[in-house]
Design a protein around this ligand. Structure first.
Ligand SMILES: Cc1cc2nc3c(=O)[nH]c(=O)nc-3n(C[C@H](O)[C@H](O)[C@H](O)COP(=O)(O)O)c2cc1C
Length: 275
């Protein structure tokens, strides 16, 4: 009986909200504006699920101590849920990427010929970083650069030699940066260049460092002429079974300077909309 009354209350509140949004758009706008003035912006996916469950009365979790009343009207309703989703939408996306330009040891920067094609992938921003920035400009989220402690040689042949050795020995290079709050992220975009038909090994170090159970991974890759090669299947081998890997995108380095449209199209296909 208690559950039924919660359910009826939730439906009633939802109907009132939508009717008032149509009939009194200004009053609804005012409420949102006043809520935006609050400083509460750190809601997690778990908070959203708790309030959603409460409003739908499937169960009544302990909400004590939670400041869910975002528009300060002394009730928890669907309005607060919408605001919570709005506030948390940027913090539940992580865009992690590896790019050569942020992983290269350049002893004599003045010796780099900035006009030479062979130097292009030594210069900032790297191609994966360009893609990561486009993704962030469209869906929001936090950027994270995967950087190996032991940087790679600037000389291409030497770099390739080290990559081959790392692959042969299945090495997991140590990383410089770490994420403290991986639980805050539900969706992880993962970007990298194709390095000798697979991901750079530091990408695998990153994947093995955290528990991605129940999360969504969205791979994005840049390459020469080799496409995505084995990158996505190698990523899947490492991730837990209940981690969903979405359709990846691959952009040739030739097309990087003009790839924002392709990235936006791919994101739309996946169901991500402009923030
Ligand atoms: C060590 C190394 C190995 C590479 N191996 C491949 C490859 O097997 N296939 C391919 O298509 N491109 C390969 N590339 C080219 C890069 O994938 C491409 O230049 C990419 O756009 C670089 O992205 P970044 O600037 O983010 O590092 C390789 C590049 C390097 C440095």
């Amino acid at each position: 009986m208690k559950k039924l009354s919660y359910y009826i209350l939730s439906v009633f509140v939802a109907v009132v909200f939508f009717v008032s949004a149509i009939a009194f758009p200004e009053s609804v706008k005012y409420t949102v504006d006043s809520a935006e003035a609050t400083e509460t912006t750190s809601y997690t996916a778990e908070d959203i699920r708790s309030l959603q469950k409460f409003l739908l009365s499937k169960e009544t979790p302990d909400l004590s101590g939670k400041d869910y009343d975002l528009n300060n009207d002394d009730i928890w309703d669907i309005f607060d849920l919408c605001l919570m989703k709005k506030f948390s939408s940027e913090s539940n996306i992580l865009i992690a990427y590896f790019t050569r330009a942020e992983n290269v040891l350049i002893e004599n920067p003045e010796e780099i010929d900035t006009d030479a094609t062979s130097s292009a992938s030594l210069l900032l921003p790297g191609n994966s970083a360009v893609m990561a920035n486009h993704i962030q400009s469209i869906v929001g989220g936090d950027l994270f650069s995967i950087v190996a402690e032991n940087l790679y040689p600037a000389d291409y042949e030497n770099c390739l030699r080290r990559v081959s050795e790392e692959q042969a020995e299945n090495i997991r290079p140590s990383l410089v940066n770490h994420i403290d709050n991986i639980d805050n992220y539900d969706i992880i975009f993962l970007g990298y260049p194709n390095w000798a038909y697979t991901c750079p090994m530091p990408v695998f170090s990153f994947l093995e460092e955290y528990d991605f159970s129940g999360k969504i991974i969205v791979p994005f890759c840049t390459h020469g002429t080799g496409g995505l090669a084995g990158t996505v299947s190698d990523i899947k081998k490492i991730l837990p079974e209940d981690c969903k890997v979405m359709k990846p995108v691959g952009i040739s380095r030739e097309d990087i300077s003009d790839c924002k449209g392709d990235i936006e199209k791919w994101l739309l296909e996946l169901g991500f909309y402009r923030k």
